[in-house]
Ligand binder design. Structure first.
Ligand SMILES: [Zn+2]
Length: 445
């Protein structure tokens, strides 16, 4: 691409690194979020290049931003770049660098959100600024959208925007988070996964009531029963189940494997594949989570005094269902594993399961081409992400949404997402901007 090739990438690297570093310094841990300061920051950067943006407040301190590069051609509907400004909490005691200083060290930008999702935001923003500076006529509108509240369900962010400002975010394609580039998980060839479908998140609460009593004599009370119930669901996971997206994902991934592993990936449901596949899945948690219903105990609450057995006890389970698992069936299986009718089991509503976004679109192909231009040895595969993203709100409305942070991450960098020492390499950041700019040039000019 001529525009792309003529750019001063050293300067872009400095600018992008600086933007991401400053973005990380705005602590938007959710709760409480406080994304308004991030909106002000992004709006200023956009205005610096003459791009107007609008702010939509869903609650005090919770702002969302939409900026648009307009096309004079109204034939093609817009392409929307989406990222979330909020981040999950970080415990500074566990980190080797302060999580909200945005330090640039050892070729990396460090801090909470460096990858998820301020990293993607910086990539989208930089690509949009470069497109604006190139002053080329656009054949469709390009929308940059920064939302609040993704990490806590999106009801004040993407969902709120789609419900309250549908015209502002109407588009043909969405580029969101969900997949990444990685290396070292299934061999040394870089693999870029583009998410086209996701699992559904359900919160399940287990409650035990009854009589506690003096700690010296009471036993078999609510907390004891809850502990037994939790013991019953240890290791609870649904069977491995494939659907059209995961079958296709394995078929594509087979290319990176030697003959036996490749055969198994192409025939994952063959009887001989079963036990080998299950053994492998135990080692690769992300693949395992992609193919089963999963349950993780995330909160347990009971008791105040060391010498009083509590009258009630509660546990919260983070449940992730495959797109085609009926919630009722899952709850029946869970109840069987708990095997105690006195435990009250309640679940949040079953989220809808929209069809996957098509891979047979100009946008998916543009993303694929752009990745292969920048990383020719890569494999690009569509996949089902085990995490929930804002893409689901667009898919529910029939809009194709694609999830990709377009950067090759090492297993350590990948593990730092929602973990300790989150960081993105400066080189990766630039790679992401090059891929994003290629996609925008392809789709919008
Ligand atoms: Zn995220």
């Amino acid at each position: 691409m001529p525009v792309n090739a003529a750019l001063n990438w050293d300067q872009i690297q400095r600018e992008a690194t600086d933007i991401l570093s400053r973005y990380i310094r705005l602590d938007t841990s959710n709760p409480p979020g406080g994304e308004s300061k991030a909106v002000e920051f992004l709006a200023r950067l956009l205005a610096g290049d003459g791009i107007e943006s609008r702010t939509y407040q869903s609650a005090p301190g919770r702002d969302n931003l939409v900026a648009r590069l307009r096309s004079s051609d109204t034939q093609s509907p817009p392409l929307l770049l989406l990222h979330h400004m909020d981040v999950v909490a970080a415990n500074p005691q566990l980190w080797s660098k302060p999580p909200f200083d945005g330090l640039i060290r050892d070729g990396h930008v460090w801090g909470r959100g460096a990858i998820d999702d301020k990293g993607l935001g910086a990539i989208h923003l930089m690509a949009m600024l470069l497109l604006k500076r190139a002053a080329v006529p656009l054949k469709r509108d390009l929308i940059f959208m920064a939302v609040a509240d993704e990490e806590e369900g999106g009801s004040l962010g993407t969902r709120w925007m789609l419900d309250n400002q549908p015209a502002e975010v109407q588009c043909e394609y969405v580029w969101d988070e969900g997949g990444v580039g990685s290396v070292g998980i299934t061999g040394n060839r870089p693999v870029f996964t583009i998410s086209v479908q996701e699992k559904r998140s359900v919160v399940v609460r287990l409650k035990a009531y009854g009589r506690g009593g003096h700690g010296s004599v009471a036993s078999g009370g609510p907390l004891d029963r809850l502990v037994r119930a939790l013991h019953g669901i240890q290791g609870f996971a649904g069977d491995v189940r494939f659907n059209s997206v995961t079958r296709r994902f394995f078929e594509q991934l087979a290319e990176t494997q030697t003959s036996l592993a490749g055969w198994i990936m192409r025939h994952p449901e063959a009887p001989v594949s079963g036990s080998i596949l299950r053994r492998q899945l135990r080692k690769v948690h992300t693949l395992n989570a992609m193919l089963r219903d999963t349950v993780t105990v995330t909160v347990v609450q009971a008791g105040v005094n060391s010498n009083v057995a509590p009258d009630e006890a509660e546990a919260v389970l983070d449940v992730r269902l495959l797109p085609d698992t009926p919630l009722e069936d899952f709850l029946q299986r869970l109840n069987r594993a708990i095997n105690d009718e006195s435990i009250e089991v309640t679940a949040t509503d079953s989220p809808p399961s929209p069809p996957p976004s098509s891979t047979d679109t100009a946008m998916f192909q543009a993303m694929r081409r752009a990745v292969l231009t920048q990383v020719p040895e890569a494999l690009v595969a569509s996949m089902q992400t085990p995490v929930a993203t804002d893409s689901r709100f667009f898919r529910e409305r029939g809009i194709n949404a694609y999830g990709l942070i377009p950067v090759v991450l090492t297993p350590e960098e990948l593990g730092s997402i929602h973990g300790v020492d989150e960081r993105i390499s400066v080189q990766g950041l630039v790679q992401g901007i090059k891929i994003a700019l290629d996609v925008l040039l392809d789709m919008c000019t």
